[in-house]
Design a protein around this ligand. Structure first.
Ligand code: ARG
Ligand code: ZN
Length: 888
C-alpha cells in the first residue's frame, strides 16, 4: 500500500502516557500496554485505529473493563476500537509476541542471546498495538521482568525508578522517561552485558553517567567509543549550546543490527561494528566511522528527539540536519578538507546514481510503500540523508556560521517538544535572519541533480569578468518538468601567480553590488543563482583570472564549466580552496578516463597523458601538503562514478581503463611511490589522530599502487608490510594489496589472515568483503563457496553486507556479461527476503539501474527482477524497489 504526503491528517486521538510492562520469556513474551488516551476534538468518538503486526491479542480493556468482541475489529495490520468513550479514557492491551523467532530485526528481537529493540521507522507496531506515527508523543514508563541469570541487565529509556527480585529466579526493573517521545524512540535491552563507565559534567553542572554496554569479552574495545561520546557532548555545547538533558546515557552494542545505530532516548543501540575498536582489530576508517556515528546518534538527542518529525516524509528534518552536524563534528576533530572530500565522494557514488534512476525521490518524498526503503542508498546499512545534509549545509553557506546558529536557536525555541516539518526548519532559518530565501524550498520537493553550466569571459579593457550560469534539472519519475533551483555558488578567482584576486563588486540584475566587507576586498564570495539563466559581471578584475567555482562544493549539483585542462592543472596546483584542488584533479582524471574508455571501446591502444602523470607526481612529492589530502588527490574516481557519466555504462571498459591508468602511474612513479612507503612507516604505537592516520593513508595507497605492478619487488614489499604490521590499518592494507593479484601468495596470506582472526567476527567480515569485491574474473564462484563458509550466516546483516553487498560492489563481476552475477544476486534476494526484508531490499537495489547497461545485460538483469517480483510472499520492502525498478 502506497502512502502519500498529501494525505497527512492530524490524529483523532492523542496519547498522554504509556505504561509498558514486559514479561520476557524464551518461548513467548507478554506485553501489557496501558495508555491514557484523549480525543483531539473534545466529544468526538470516531473509531480509534491502532497499528499492529504479528501480534497475538490476549485482551483489551477500556477504563478497566474488558471490551466485548463486538466493540473491536482485528485484521492482519490493525486493531480498531469501534466506538471509544467520548472524552479521555485509559486503554489497556495485552499481547503476546515471539522475539526468538523474529529474524527481521525489527521490533523486539534476540541478538546473540540478548533481547533488544529497533523501532524506527515503523517497528513499534511489532511490539504492541499502537498509533505508530511520530506525531503521537507521550511519556513512557517501562517495566521489564526476566530471568535474572540469563538477563542480569535490564535497560529502557530514561531513569531507573526501581528494581528488585521476584519469585522463580526472576527480577525486574522499572524505567521512566520524563520526556515526551514518539514510539520510534522506545528501546528495551535485556541480557548479559557489562559496561564501561565514565562521567561527563555538562557546562551547567549536570553530572551525567555514561555507560557503554557489551558482552564482557568486548569491553576493552569500547575506549574509543567513550572518547567519541565525550567529545560529541562537549562539541554540541561549544558549537550549538546544546546540553544533555538526563543523568544517564547508555549505549549498547549488538552484533545483529540492520542499520548503523539508533538514537533511542538515552539508550542508543548500535551495530557492534560502530562501537568496538582496538588498534589490532579496527582500521582508521573504522575509528573514523565510530567517531562520526557516536556523534550522530548523540546529536539526535536535540535534532530528532527533543524536536521530532511530524510524519516520515519529514525524515530529512532530523536525518539531514543530524548528518550535517556529525559531518561538522568530524571536520572539527579531524581535517575539514579531507572530510569534505569523503562526503562529496559518497554523495557522488551513492546518491547521484540513485537520483538519476527509478528510485529517484526528492529530499522529502511524496509517497512511499515501505518507509525503511528511504534510509537506503548505502549498501553497508548506514543512514543516507546525504543530500538532506547538503541542503542544511547550504543554509550555513548562505547565512554564515553566526546566522546559521541564530536559526538553530530559534528552531529550538519554537519547536522544543514538538513534531514538526521541513518548512518549520526553513522558517526558523529565514525568520532568525530576516532574509529572503527565494525558491530555496524546491530543494525539498524537486528530485534529480541539477546540471549547472558556466561560461566565463574576460574583458581586458573594461577589466570585467563575466560568469554566465545556466541550470537544468533532469526529469525524474513522476516529475517530468522542473523549475530552476536556488543555487549558492561560493567562488574565488586566481591570478596568474595562483593567488586569489581581490573581489570588490559585481554587476547583476541591473545593479552594481558591493561585495567588499567594511570597505576591504574579499577573496571568496557566495553568489545566489536562482534563475534558469543568469549573468554576474565582476568589476576591477585586473587580469584574466582562472575561476574557482563552487568552493567547498557549495551546492549538490553537477558542474559543467568551460575550464580547459590547463585551467584545471593550474587549479590543482594553486587553488587556496583545498577541496577545489582535489576537485580539479578529479575532473582531469574523469576526462582522461572517459577518453580512454572510448579508445578502449574502439580497440585503440591506451596511452596515458604525460601531463597527468606530472600533475599527480607534483602532488605526491609536495611535502607542504597534508598527507591524507595527497592520498585522496592521487586516488582515481571510482568505476561507478565513471559509468554514471556514460550513455551506456560499460563496466569492462571502465575497469580495464582504471586498471591501466593505475598500473601506468605506478610504473612511471615507481621511485616516488617506493619512497612514500619507506618514509611513512612508523614503529610507534597506534594513535588515532589526524597526522598518524594521514601518514598511514598515504603509505597504504602507495603500497596499493605498487602492488598493481605485479612484479617480484612489489610483491615482496607488500608481504613484508603484511608481516611487520602492528595495527589493523596497515595489516589489512597490505592484505588488500596482495589480494589484488591472483596466485599462491594471495591464497596463503588470505588463509593466514583468517586463521589469525577467526574468533573476531568483525575482522572476519573484512575478510569476506575483501574477497567478495575482488575483480578476479569469475569471482562469483568464490563468493558462492563463501556462502557455505562456517563463519558466514545469512541471518546476520553485517555478514550479508560484507559478502553479498561487497560482491554487488564489484562492477566487473556483478555485471558479468554471462549474467552469472545477476543470477546469484537474484537467488540470494529471494532467500534473504524470507529472513530479513530490510536487508533483502538493500541488496535488490543493486539492480535498480539495470537500464544503464547494454541490451544483453539489460535483459539478463530484467529477468532476475521479474523473477523476484513474482516470488511468493514477497515483502513490501523488496516489492517496492523491484517493481519501481521495472516500471518505466
Ligand atoms: N535513525 C537511525 C540513525 O540515524 C537510522 C535507523 C533507521 N532504521 C530503519 N530500520 N529504518 O542512525
Ligand atoms: Zn540519524
Amino acid at each position: 500500500k502506497e502512502i502519500f504526503l498529501k494525505d497527512y491528517k492530524l490524529p483523532d486521538y492523542y496519547f498522554e502516557t504509556v505504561d509498558l510492562s514486559f514479561a520476557l520469556g524464551e518461548e513467548k513474551t507478554l506485553v501489557n500496554s496501558k495508555i491514557t488516551v484523549s480525543p483531539r476534538v473534545e466529544g468526538s468518538s470516531s473509531p480509534l485505529v491502532l497499528d499492529g503486526h504479528d501480534l497475538k491479542l490476549l485482551s483489551i480493556k477500556i477504563n478497566g473493563n474488558g471490551l466485548k468482541d463486538a466493540h473491536y475489529q482485528v485484521d492482519s495490520r490493525h486493531l480498531t476500537i469501534l466506538s471509544p468513550p467520548s472524552g479521555a479514557f485509559t486503554l489497556e492491551i495485552l499481547t503476546e509476541i515471539y522475539p526468538h523467532k523474529n529474524t527481521s530485526l525489527e521490533g523486539l528481537y534476540k541478538s546473540t542471546g540478548n533481547f533488544c529493540t529497533q523501532c524506527e521507522a515503523e517497528g513499534f507496531r511489532n511490539i504492541t498495538f499502537f498509533q505508530d506515527r511520530p506525531d503521537i508523543m507521550a511519556k513512557y514508563t517501562c517495566r521489564i521482568e526476566a530471568d535474572k541469570l540469563l538477563y542480569p541487565v535490564l535497560l529502557s529509556n530514561g531513569n531507573l525508578l526501581e528494581q528488585g527480585e521476584l519469585e522463580g529466579g526472576k527480577h525486574f526493573a522499572l524505567w521512566e522517561d520524563p520526556f515526551k517521545k514518539p514510539c520510534y524512540l522506545f528501546a528495551l535491552v535485556a541480557g548479559q552485558l557489562e559496561s564501561r563507565d565514565d562521567t561527563f559534567v555538562t557546562r551547567s553542572g549536570r553530572n551525567v553517567q555514561l555507560r557503554i554496554w557489551t558482552p564482557a569479552e568486548d569491553l576493552s574495545k569500547t575506549a574509543h567509543a567513550m572518547y567519541s561520546l565525550k567529545a560529541a557532548m562537549k562539541w554540541d555545547e561549544d558549537v550549538f549550546g546544546l546540553e544533555y538533558d538526563l543523568d544517564l546515557f547508555n549505549i549498547v552494542a549488538v552484533p545483529d543490527f540492520n542499520m548503523g545505530a539508533m538514537e533511542n532516548k538515552s539508550l542508543n543501540i548500535f551495530n557492534s561494528k560502530l562501537v568496538l575498536a582496538s588498534p589490532e582489530t579496527a582500521s582508521d576508517a573504522d575509528y573514523d566511522a565510530i567517531l562520526g556515528v557516536i556523534g550522530h546518534e548523540y546529536f539526535h538527542n536535540w535534532t530528532g528527539n527533543r524536536v521530532t518529525c511530524r510524519d516520515w516524509f519529514q525524515l530529512s528534518l532530523k536525518e539531514g540536519l543530524t548528518v550535517f552536524r556529525d559531518q561538522e563534528f568530524s571536520s572539527d576533530l579531524g581535517s575539514r578538507p579531507v572530510k569534505r572530500i569523503d562526503d562529496v565522494s559518497r554523495l557522488r557514488n551513492y546518491q547521484f546514481p540513485q537520483d538519476a534512476g527509478p528510485m529517484a525521490h526528492p529530499v522529502r518524498p511524496h509517497s512511499y510503500i515501505k518507509m525503511d526503503n528511504f534510509y537506503t542508498g548505502v549498501r553497508e546499512g548506514l543512514f543516507s540523508s546525504f543530500l538532506g545534509a547538503e541542503v542544511v549545509r547550504m543554509y550555513k553557506t548562505l547565512l554564515g556560521s553566526e546566522g546559521f546558529r541564530k536559526g538553530m536557536d530559534l528552531y529550538f525555541k519554537r519547536h522544543d517538544g514538538q513534531a514538526v516539518t521541513c518548512e518549520d526548519f526553513f522558517a526558523a532559518m529565514r525568520d532568525a535572519n530576516g532574509v529572503d530565501f527565494a525558491n530555496f524550498l524546491l530543494w525539498y520537493s524537486q528530485a534529480g541533480t541539477p546540471i549547472v553550466k558556466v561560461a566565463s569571459s574576460y574583458n581586458a579593457e573594461a577589466k570585467t569578468f563575466s560568469l554566465k550560469f545556466s541550470q537544468e534539472v533532469p526529469p525524474t519519475p513522476g516529475q517530468p518538468i522542473k523549475e530552476p533551483m536556488f543555487i549558492p555558488v561560493a567562488l574565488g578567482m586566481l591570478n596568474s601567480s595562483g593567488k586569489d584576486l581581490p573581489l570588490t563588486s559585481v554587476f547583476h540584475d541591473g545593479m552594481l553590488q558591493s561585495i567588499a566587507s567594511n570597505g576591504e576586498p574579499v577573496y571568496s564570495t557566495v553568489l545566489r543563482v536562482t534563475k534558469k539563466e543568469e549573468e554576474f559581471i565582476f568589476s576591477d578584475i585586473t587580469e584574466k583570472p582562472v575561476p574557482s567555482l563552487f568552493r567547498g562544493y557549495s551546492a549538490p549539483i553537477r558542474l559543467e564549466a568551460d575550464l580547459s585542462d590547463d585551467d584545471l592543472f593550474f587549479l590543482l596546483a594553486h587553488d587556496s580552496d583545498e577541496f577545489n584542488r582535489w576537485e580539479a584533479g578529479q575532473l582531469l582524471a574523469r576526462n582522461l578516463m572517459l577518453t580512454l574508455v572510448a579508445d578502449f571501446q574502439q580497440n585503440k591502444p591506451l596511452v596515458l597523458n604525460p601531463k597527468f602523470v606530472q600533475g599527480l607526481k607534483s602532488i605526491l612529492i609536495d611535502s607542504s601538503l597534508d598527507k591524507e589530502f595527497i592520498a585522496k588527490a592521487i586516488t582515481l574516481p571510482g568505476e561507478g562514478e565513471i559509468m554514471d557519466m556514460m550513455k551506456v555504462a560499460d563496466p569492462d571498459a571502465v575497469h580495464a581503463v582504471r586498471s591501466f591508468i593505475r598500473k601506468q602511474l605506478a610504473s612511471e612513479l615507481r621511485a616516488e611511490l617506493l619512497n612514500t612507503v619507506k618514509n611513512n612507516r612508523s614503529s610507534e604505537a597506534y594513535e588515532f589522530n589526524h597526522p598518524n592516520m594521514a601518514r598511514r593513508a598515504l603509505k597504504n595507497i602507495a603500497l596499493a599502487y605498487l602492488a598493481s605492478l605485479q612484479d617480484e619487488e612489489s610483491a615482496t614489499l607488500a608481504l613484508n608490510e603484511y608481516k611487520s604490521a602492528t595495527n589493523m590499518t596497515d595489516q589489512f592494507a597490505a592484505l588488500a594489496a596482495i589480494a589484488q593479484n591472483p596466485g599462491k601468495t594471495r591464497e596463503e596470506v588470505l588463509a593466514d589472515f583468517y586463521n589469525k582472526w577467526q574468533d573476531n567476527f568483525l575482522v572476519v567480515n573484512k575478510w569476506f568483503a575483501l574477497q567478495a569485491r575482488a575483480d578476479i574474473p569469475g569471482n562469483v564462484e568464490n563468493v558462492r563457496n563463501l556462502l557455505n563458509h562456517p563463519a558466514f550466516d545469512l541471518r546476520n546483516p553485517n555478514k550479508v553486507y560484507a559478502l553479498i553487498g561487497g560482491f554487488a560492489g564489484s562492477p566487473v563481476n556483478f555485471h558479468a556479461k554471462d549474467g552469472s552475477g545477476y543470477k546469484f544476486l537474484g537467488e540470494i534476494v529471494v532467500q534473504l527476503d524470507k529472513i530479513n526484508p530490510q536487508v533483502a531490499s538493500r541488496m535488490v537495489s543493486a539492480f535498480s539501474r539495470w537500464r544503464r547497461y547494454d541490451e544483453t545485460r539489460q535483459s539478463l538483469a530484467k529477468a532476475q527482477l521479474e523473477m523476484i517480483v513474482s516470488a511468493n510472499g514477497l515483502s513490501e520492502n523488496v516489492f517496492e524497489i523491484a517493481s519501481k525498478s521495472l516500471a518505466v
